[in-house]
Design a protein around this ligand. Structure first.
Ligand code: NAP
Length: 451
């Protein structure tokens, strides 16, 4: 095409004027929507910077993912953080990374403060700016960014790794015993470790389905074993990580642990949601049991979180092309691990939650759980059955942590196995009758009456 005259050239430029087209507006709207959706999906950040100086914190499964972020945040707020992990190499590495990253942050803050002081040293100081941190009378914690601490980098942060494998009750007992011998009290226990999509037909050495033991029973045992030490804290806090998928869980009222039914009925996904519903219900009942103590027990869901190892056993997500195809959606609709850690961080640090117990948190606020997750009778039944089975399996007196510490002894693996056999010999809950599924929904409709 030959461009003839100057008029034609001018009209071509006119048509190319981006401001005469809708495309820039459409592109801006799309970018705006993406930013808004990501902001909404990322959830609320922990709404405070409270320090937890010198508090002793245990975070299970802290070598990676959400647990790592929780541990880092709490160490950054002055907590003595113990990473309770089954892979010691990964845990030691995580502890070193946390200390290094926090030290770098302190160094940066110090340099920034020094630069600001240099540029403002000739200016008159106001009385309000002379205090950079304020003491919170409720907890004795300091508010602010922690710059009141000494700034000697690596030694400033206490982060240590300890071996804990939740697949073994024996190991849980050994861990609890070691920690109680080493530390005089425990302030915060965060039961974060969890698995999904592991094979449901492979039992643990204690004879339980893996999701049930790792996500629910072993953390339940750990919490109870550590109660005597949590009671020594002015405000012991137990924080259990559940999941939103508890809403899809089914739980038979006559067999809440599903010890009689899981093997034949459950897909790994169902086993996961069942275990997370159990976490929620046991949290609620344990809070009631401990209402006369200074200990609070709450649980939270991290939301949907990308970039962790959680889906490593998922058959679907192990395919590279699926991971590539789903990445944009995950990026758009899921939280990053730090965002997923926020509810647990708030539960661990907020003095306003000192008396809040038995609640379920999402995005840093109390949230409504599924109707089954509010079923008081089911919670009681589950709690009692768990307690009974654990007492048999571990031969411990673990009720409300009232036993004397020296009574906590380690049951040998043989004893545990024998106990498991005894457990299966105890009146096995009847397999779900044809009415069991409907009894679940019927239970749902009767929940208000039960409470
Ligand atoms: N990611 C999500 O979208 C999501 C959603 C809802 C709930 N959650 C829950 O959030 C928690 C953290 O999940 P995440 O996404 O951070 O997963 P992750 O990256 O897989 O981390 C799980 C942690 O648990 C540890 N763990 C697994 N089995 C254990 C055992 N037998 N003993 C001790 N530790 C064990 C893992 O240790 P290894 O590294 O050695 O395996 C790892 O440190 C879990 O309870 C999970 O169920 C996550």
């Amino acid at each position: 095409m030959v461009i003839g005259s100057m008029d034609e050239i001018t009209s071509l430029f006119d048509e190319a004027d981006p401001f005469k087209s809708w495309w820039p507006a459409i592109a801006a709207a799309v970018v705006g929507i993406i930013i808004a959706v990501r902001a909404i999906m990322s959830g609320q950040r922990c709404p405070n910077d409270n320090q937890i100086r010198d508090q002793i914190v245990i975070v299970t499964g802290a070598n990676t993912g959400i647990g790592f972020e929780i541990a880092k945040a709490l160490a950054g707020r002055g907590g003595h953080v113990i990473l309770a992990c089954r892979n010691m190499e990964a845990a030691e590495k995580a502890a070193a990374i946390i200390k290094r990253e926090l030290s770098c942050q302190v160094l940066k803050d110090t340099q920034k403060t020094a630069a600001t002081n240099d540029s403002t040293k000739d200016l008159p100081t106001s009385s309000s700016s002379s205090s950079s941190s304020s003491v919170n009378n409720d907890t004795g914690a300091t508010n602010g960014n922690g710059n009141d601490a000494d700034t000697d980098g690596g030694n400033m942060f206490f982060v240590e790794a300890r071996y804990l494998d939740l697949r073994s009750f024996d190991n849980v007992q050994r861990f609890a015993r070691k920690i109680m011998a080493e530390f005089e009290r425990i302030d915060i226990l965060i039961n974060n470790a969890g698995i999904i999509f592991d094979p449901v037909k492979t039992n643990t050495t204690d004879g339980f389905e893996q999701h049930l033991q790792v996500n629910y029973m072993a953390p339940f045992l750990l919490s109870h074993l550590l109660l005597p030490h949590l009671k020594k804290s002015p405000n012991g806090r137990i924080i259990n990580v559940s999941a939103h998928s508890h809403v899809s869980a089914k739980m038979d009222f006559d067999d809440p642990l599903n010890v009689g039914t899981w093997a034949t009925k459950f897909h790994a996904r169902d086993a996961f949601s069942h275990s997370k519903l159990a976490v929620l219900l046991a949290t609620r009942w344990m809070a009631k049991e401990l209402k006369d103590t200074s200990i609070t027990v709450n649980c939270c869901t991290p939301g949907l979180v990308r970039g962790t190892s959680h889906l490593r056993s998922s058959p679907l997500m192990s395919a590279f092309c699926v991971r590539v195809m789903t990445y944009p959606w995950m990026w758009m609709f899921m939280k990053n691990p730090s965002q997923g850690a926020q509810s647990a961080i708030r539960l661990a640090t907020d003095p306003k939650l000192k008396h809040v117990t038995g609640e379920y948190f999402n995005d840093c606020e109390i949230a409504v759980s599924s109707p089954l997750g509010q079923d008081k009778e089911l919670a009681k039944k589950l709690y009692q059955q768990t307690m009974r089975i654990l007492k048999i399996a571990t031969k411990l007196e673990i009720d409300k942590g009232e036993e004397k510490e020296n009574e906590i002894r380690i049951a040998s693996a043989e004893e545990s196995k024998a106990a498991t056999a005894a457990t299966s010999a105890t009146p096995t809950p009847p397999p779900p009758s044809s009415s069991s599924a409907s009894s679940t929904s019927a239970d749902t409709s009767n929940i208000q009456q039960r409470w």
